[in-house]
Ligand binder design. Structure first.
Ligand SMILES: [Zn+2]
Length: 340
């Protein structure tokens, strides 16, 4: 169906993160006009968090010299479990948006259709639309940051599963009886290879008396060890960080191997803050493990690549969701894409 002036449509993509809210005005083609960031209020009432999201939206519209009426639809990515049909947030472990009907709230506040999705799912959708998976018919993305999330996109559509809980690769158990994960289970991929797990292992080594440049780079405050600190430490040849990162990279390699055996996507995309900062170190380790696959019948191809969109992947995925819903003419949609 031809859409009149469809190419001129503008969308608002929002990536609600644990530390910042990014809002961007984006053309139908995926061209990003503005990137506006606001700090996410920490441990505040949901109203304050909603205010920060609304302020980021207002900022993005103003920075693009546009008006609210120019916005065709809003797509928003939430770090947690969402009910995409109702546009509700079910749980957000690092924020206080649990139970908030964010889709309805924003639709009433801004009077435009709103599509709501999980941040990692939408990061995968963004990479599939315009990033490292754009030429692949099927793509699985693994995003490594504070936690680990994933997304599976086939023929441009996100696979959400029967109960909207697919692709939670971060909570597949890699080590039975392993370290406790934020989800309550033990030995999840996230408990072994996320930045949180990497931080824990570095802290442990320093507590055990091993020297590390991390102590200087963080000025002794080891509560949060940022991805850029990991990068600098690897560059400096720090033994503790190199050892911990190698182990995390190996675990990620086996996770990629599992994805390959389970769904055999055309391409696996690695992204997220840890990969953005330390991809040069992680990728060769991952590829070595995937390439050494001995499963009879495992064929060439199905490579692992690094995200092409970086920080913009989630925002563009949120726009892709809103765009698909708009093209499907779902009036006042909340959910975006329907069930597969
Ligand atoms: Zn878990």
């Amino acid at each position: 169906m031809a859409i009149e002036n469809g190419s001129d449509r503008l969308y608002l993509g929002i990536d609600v993160g644990g530390t910042k809210v990014q809002a961007s005005m984006v053309r139908e083609s995926g061209e990003i006009l503005t990137r506006q960031r606001r700090k996410t209020p920490r441990n505040e009432e949901p109203e304050r968090e909603l205010q920060a999201i609304e302020a980021a939206i207002d900022d993005a519209i103003a920075a693009a010299n546009k008006k609210l009426k120019d916005v065709h639809a809003i797509g928003i990515a939430i770090p947690g479990v969402v009910d995409p049909r109702k546009g509700h947030v079910v749980v957000t472990p690092n924020m206080n948006l649990g139970g908030i009907p964010i889709g309805n709230h924003l639709r009433q506040r801004f009077e435009v259709p709103v599509a709501v999705g999980n941040d990692c799912n939408l990061g995968a959708l963004g990479e599939s639309w315009l990033g490292a998976g754009r030429n692949a018919k099927s793509m699985f993305a693994i995003l490594v940051g504070t936690g680990i999330g994933g997304g599976f996109v086939r023929k441009g559509k996100l696979w959400r599963g029967a109960r909207d809980a697919a692709s939670e690769i971060g909570h597949t158990v890699i080590q039975i009886g392993g370290p406790l994960c934020g989800c309550g289970n033990r030995g999840c991929l996230e408990a072994l290879a996320s930045r949180t797990a990497i931080e824990r292992d570095i802290r442990q080594a320093i507590d055990d008396g091993r020297p590390s440049v991390v102590s200087e780079l963080t000025k002794g405050d080891l509560t949060v060890i940022r991805s850029r600190v990991l990068r600098k430490s690897l560059k400096a040849g720090d033994a503790v960080v190199t050892e911990v990162m190698r182990r995390a990279a190996e675990v990620l390699g086996y996770a990629c191997l599992t994805v390959r055996h389970l769904i055999d996507p055309e391409v696996i995309v690695l992204g997220g803050g840890v990969i953005e900062a330390c991809g040069d170190f992680v990728l060769p380790v991952v590829r070595q493990i995937v390439d050494a696959d001995r499963l009879p019948g495992a064929r060439e191809g199905g490579g692992v690549v690094v995200s092409a969109l970086g920080d913009d992947a989630v925002v563009l995925g949120a726009v892709a969701l809103a765009r698909a819903a708009a093209q499907g003419n779902r009036a006042g949609f909340l959910a975006g894409q329907g069930r597969q």
